[in-house]
Design a protein around this ligand. Structure first.
Ligand code: AMP
Length: 437
């Protein structure tokens, strides 16, 4: 196994890594760190939980170490490394890790994101920082206010690039790229390297080395997965029944939309559960407080959308529930990856109603296996239920619908329906949208 000593990192960083208690580099770190230190552009397929943050932060700190200084002059602290992230939570997390790994170096870092007053961020930037972690919109605001210049950036990181594209940040990214020096090192991290991500890489990177770790289409072995077929209208009752019966605490529940997350949290609250929704319409203060309450145990159920869940740093979650299956099959893996971390056993429960048969097929196509399922007594789905179309499916072409199957239930064969006799195992075939590998 590779050791941190052999990667070419200086003593200050080896010390920081030891402070964190890391014994050995993760696979993405072992592969990416030497490439970044050698000055290469790197295109990396790695999802949250693989140690991807240290895979770029550590070598960046080493690349910037040469020019580090303790001068009070802001001019001596231009932004030399820029990390773009899709969400505020991820920005804060990357910022915290940059501070931790850089604690023995004289480099300054800052985090800027929307949802909080801009004033303190302007002040901090005017003092000068070498490493800036930012969400795209707020960064452009700050550039517009002349609080920061990007003309001296040597290193750019696009973190969770697939998610930034999904969230519609491409125009902002284009504008930011135009502000950066053309000669720079660019690192792109993404859970998946699909065509859109590769197009981004081609546009903005120079002969990148590609690094891929543990195929991201497999939840950790330690996670037990169960799928419950259930009627659309009975999901809430089934969820409450399971939580009560098993006395579940610290449950992370996923819905597809903010509206559904808010509604579910309100329904649970009404029924006496300690639940809070966390999504991008909530203020940063609200989201941070909800997360802290959840970690402290004063909230039992956190309801999140896929976007909001990115960057949530919660360790050792015992249970993840897919109240609604995600539109993108990859998100199933991301969601389920929230449990069973670090070798701990985890449980991932999914509910699927008759509307979600295509979504389930997409997920099982990606996993290349069926999710084990069981019917809960008293919650047997109505075998005559008619599917309703799912919002967001079949529109932009990035959901499972891109596989070419019509999301229109009228076009589906009756045997695809989710009823008591349905067998998810039948849908084992690879969906056409599945990427090889
Ligand atoms: P990330 O994939 O960057 O979100 O990191 C996931 C978690 O892994 C974080 O809590 C890190 O502190 C932790 N981590 C990163 N690198 C290592 C390592 N080499 N050994 C053990 N834990 C690590």
């Amino acid at each position: 196994m590779t050791s941190f000593d052999s990667l070419g990192l200086p003593p200050e960083l080896l010390r920081a890594v030891a402070d964190e208690g890391y014994a050995n580099p993760t696979p993405i770190q072992a592969q990416a760190i030497p490439l970044v230190l050698a000055g290469r552009d790197v295109l990396a397929a790695a999802q949250t939980g693989t140690g991807k943050t240290a895979a770029f932060v550590l070598p960046i700190l080493e690349r910037l170490r040469a020019g580090s200084n303790a001068s009070y002059s802001p001019a001596r602290h231009p932004v030399r490394a820029l990390v773009l992230t899709p969400t505020r939570e991820l920005a804060m997390q990357v910022g915290a890790m940059t501070t931790a790994y850089g604690r023995h170096l004289a480099l300054r870092s800052a985090v800027v994101h929307g949802g909080v007053p801009v004033g303190p961020q302007v002040k901090e930037l005017l003092r000068g920082v070498e490493i800036l972690v930012a969400t795209p919109g707020r960064l452009l605001d700050l550039v517009g206010q002349r609080a920061v210049s990007l003309s001296r950036v040597e290193l750019l990181v696009l973190d969770e690039a697939d998610r930034m594209l999904d969230m519609g940040f491409l125009p902002d990214i284009d504008r930011i790229m135009a502000l950066l020096p053309p000669r720079r090192q660019t690192l792109l991290f993404s859970a998946t390297l699909d065509d859109e991500v590769r197009r981004l890489a081609t546009a903005f990177m120079h002969a990148p080395a590609t690094v891929e770790v543990a195929p991201p289409n497999r939840p950790a072995e330690a996670v037990r997965e169960v799928l419950y077929p259930v009627d659309r209208e009975r999901k809430l009752a089934l969820f409450e029944h399971l939580v009560r019966r098993h006395d579940f605490r610290q449950v992370l529940v996923f819905t597809r939309t903010k509206v559904a997350a808010s509604r579910l949290a309100a329904d649970l609250d009404r029924d006496g559960f300690r639940a809070v929704a966390i999504h991008s319409d909530r203020t940063q203060v609200d989201r941070t407080r909800a997360l802290a309450d959840f970690k402290a145990g004063s909230i039992d159920i956190l309801v999140a959308t896929d976007v909001a869940s990115r960057g949530l740093d919660i360790e050792e979650l015992p249970l993840v529930v897919n109240f609604e299956l995600p539109l993108k099959p990859e998100d199933y893996v991301h969601r389920v990856g929230r449990t069973g971390r670090a070798g701990l056993a985890g449980l991932a429960i999914s509910f699927a109603c008759v509307d979600e048969v295509d979504l389930l097929r997409g997920i099982q196509g990606l996993l290349r296996r069926a999710i084990p399922w069981q019917v809960e007594d008293g919650f047997e789905p109505d075998r005559n239920a008619e599917p309703r179309p799912i919002r967001g499916l079949g529109g932009s072409g990035r959901g499972p619908a891109e596989g070419g199957r019509s999301p229109n239930p009228a076009h589906r064969h009756k045997s695809d329906r989710l009823h008591t006799g349905f067998s998810p195992g039948r849908h084992r075939h690879r969906s056409p949208s599945h990427r090889p590998g």
